[in-house]
Design a protein around this ligand. Structure first.
Ligand SMILES: NC(=O)c1ccc[n+]([C@@H]2O[C@H](COP(=O)([O-])OP(=O)(O)OC[C@H]3O[C@@H](n4cnc5c(N)ncnc54)[C@H](O)[C@@H]3O)[C@@H](O)[C@H]2O)c1
Length: 246
């Protein structure tokens, strides 16, 4: 249900984004792996073993970088991507009383503004090409955007913003046939959570009804479903992928 479509995936050099590329490619999509780390994005594409895919160096907090990436994509595929997955994200954890303006702004710039830039650029191209119907945007938020988390004010605010942005985008783009949804992962085994100390990990795991962390492919499967026409009447939704943690 994604076969033959062109997909643009940010954060594709690692973790959840990389798994999304793998599953979309397996299901027949042409995948553009966009990441600020080109070497990692290239490794993602190389592992797919098909010259039809593309790796691009993209900084999502820079509008020009995104516009340039879409130009390159359209050059190669002669159509804008109609599957957009916003998985690029960062953390800069600190308690509020010690959190610097810089770390607050940086997380908002990448996680929220970056998602906005990608959505805006993609939808302009999709609407210009008149190929809205069947297009799907999936934004990676976090359960933390709903619950908050000590030491993650910047991250929680950015991810709550992604949920609100998703809902608003779904209201504005329904007229073009473009669906916009979010996933809210819980505690997932990726490089992002590798640095969490073991005792903190154990505390989290005890609170998860399934008593384990999630795997990146378990989130990527849901993202691929939302990207595909199998979810053709899901729009403006935020789907939790947390093993039952709320
Ligand atoms: N791992 C978790 O437990 C978890 C939980 C909830 C939500 N998330 C979200 O899932 C998404 C993917 O996270 P992950 O766990 O795969 O992390 P990850 O660190 O493994 O991968 C993130 C990727 O994004 C890229 N990236 C970061 N900033 C970028 C920028 N400015 N421009 C372009 N690329 C950039 C990185 O280079 C990296 O390849 C993130 O948005 C994250 O906030 C993760």
């Amino acid at each position: 249900m994604v076969a033959g479509k062109v997909a643009f995936v940010t954060g594709a050099g690692s973790g959840i984004g990389r798994e999304v590329c793998r599953i979309l490619a397996k299901q027949g999509a042409k995948v553009i792996a966009a990441d600020r780390n080109l070497e990692n994005a290239t490794n993602t594409i190389t592992s797919l073993n098909d010259p039809g895919h593309l790796a691009l160096n993209v900084e999502v907090s820079n509008e020009q970088s995104i516009q340039q990436a879409f130009k390159s994509a359209i050059n190669k595929y002669l159509t804008p991507p109609t599957i957009i997955v916003n998985s690029a994200g960062i953390t800069r954890d600190q308690f509020i009383l010690k959190l610097s303006n810089e770390d607050f702004a940086k997380v908002l710039d990448v996680n929220l503004k970056g998602t906005f830039y990608v959505i805006q650029t993609a939808v302009k191209e999709i609407v210009n090409a008149n190929i809205g119907i069947g297009s799907s945007i999936v934004n990676v938020s976090s359960i933390i955007g709903k619950t908050g988390n000590m030491g993650q004010a910047n991250y929680a605010a950015s991810k709550a913003g992604v949920i609100a942005l998703t809902q608003t985008a779904s209201l504005e783009f329904g007229q073009f046939g473009i669906r916009v949804n979010a996933v809210l992962p819980g505690f997932i085994e990726t490089p992002m959570t590798e640095t969490v100390p073991d005792n903190v990990k154990q505390l989290f795991i005890q609170k998860i009804p399934l008593h384990r962390m999630g795997k990146p492919e378990e989130v990527a499967e849901v993202i691929t479903f939302l990207a595909s026409s199998k979810s053709s009447y899901i729009n403006g939704a935020s789907i939790e992928v947390t093993g039952g943690l709320h």
